[in-house]
Design a protein. Structure first.
Length: 264
C-alpha cells in the first residue's frame, strides 16, 4: 500500500509516451499490441488489491502490475542517469517514468474495463482490513468457516493484503493459536482480531514497509526484525510472558507462536 500510494501521488495525470520491454513473457499480450494500446493513455488513479497494483487509465483501460514474490517498481525523472536493471520501463511525455524489476513471478496486464470484470487473477481478490467496506459484520461472516483462522486471514478471496510475514504477530497480539478453527472464536476474540489486523497494517505503513522492500523512490522500508514480536524469532523469549517462541507447522506454511500466550 505504501508503494501504490506513492505511485498515485507521483504519476496521476501523466501520459504514457512509450514502453521499453526486455522480458516479453511478463506481458499478457504481444509486445507490439501492448505498446500501441498504452501509448497516449493517461493515469487517472492508482491503488492496490492484494499483490496487484491497479492503474486506472483513460479510454476505459487498466494497467495491472502483479508483484509476484516481490519487485522493485522505481521512479525516475529526466534529471537522472538511468542505470537500473528492469524487465519493463514505462516512459511519460515529461521524460519521467518508472521501471519494473520482478524478483519472481511478476506480471503486467493491460485490460479494458470490460475485461477487468472477468480478469481471473484479480476479480475475486477480497477487500483489505483498511478498506472502509471491511466492517466488523463483514469479518464476522468470514469467521463462520471451519478452517483454521490463519488460513482464513491468508485467503486472498476473504481478506486482501495480509501475507505470511505479518500474520504471526497479528495472531500473537490477538492471543490466538493459528490452528484455532475460525468458527470457534468468541465474539470478543473476533472483535479483537478485527482491530488487530488494521492496527498491524497501519503500523507497517507508518514504517514504510519491510526493510528488504524498496519504495517508489528506491528507499528501503523501516520495518526490520526488531519490530517483530514473535515472527521469525524462534528460540527467543516471548515479549509478554518470557516463554520460548516456537516454530510450528500449520498446513503448508510455518508459524511462530508463544505456546503460553497462544494456547490451542
Amino acid at each position: 500500500m505504501v508503494l501504490s500510494t506513492q505511485i498515485n501521488d507521483k504519476l496521476k495525470s501523466k501520459e504514457f509516451t512509450s514502453v521499453d520491454i526486455i522480458q516479453e513473457k511478463c506481458l499478457n499480450m504481444e509486445t507490439g499490441s501492448f505498446k500501441d494500446q498504452i501509448t497516449g493513455k493517461t493515469i487517472k488513479k492508482v491503488h492496490n488489491r492484494g499483490k496487484w497494483i491497479f492503474f486506472e487509465l483513460t479510454d476505459g483501460y487498466h494497467l495491472l502490475l502483479n508483484l509476484g514474490m516481490g519487485a522493485d517498481i522505481l521512479y525516475y525523472d529526466y534529471n537522472e542517469d538511468f542505470s537500473e536493471e528492469y524487465q519493463c520501463r514505462f516512459n511519460f511525455t515529461d521524460n519521467s517514468g518508472f521501471t519494473c524489476k520482478f524478483w519472481w513471478f511478476g506480471h503486467i496486464d493491460l485490460v479494458s474495463n470490460n475485461e477487468l470484470r472477468e480478469h481471473k487473477p484479480t476479480k475475486d481478490i477480497a477487500i483489505s482490513p483498511l478498506d472502509s467496506d471491511f466492517t466488523l459484520d463483514y469479518f464476522k461472516k468470514i469467521c463462520k468457516g471451519r478452517a483454521m483462522i490463519k488460513n482464513i486471514i491468508l485467503n486472498q478471496k476473504k481478506v486482501g493484503g495480509i501475507g505470511n510475514v505479518y500474520i504471526h504477530d497479528i495472531l500473537f497480539k490477538a492471543k490466538l493459536h493459528p490452528k484455532k478453527p475460525a468458527n470457534s472464536l468468541e465474539p470478543s476474540q473476533i472483535n479483537n482480531l478485527f482491530e488487530t489486523m488494521a492496527e498491524n497494517l497501519k503500523y507497517a505503513l507508518d514504517k514504510k514497509g519491510l526493510a528488504y522492500e524498496k519504495d517508489f523512490y528506491g528507499e528501503n522500508g523501516e520495518f526490520t526484525k526488531d519490530y517483530f514480536l514473535v515472527a521469525y524469532k524462534e528460540g527467543e523469549k516471548c515479549p509478554d510472558c518470557g516463554k520460548i517462541i516456537e516454530k510450528i507447522k500449520t498446513g503448508s506454511t510455518s508459524s511462530y507462536i508463544c505456546p503460553e500466550c497462544q494456547k490451542l
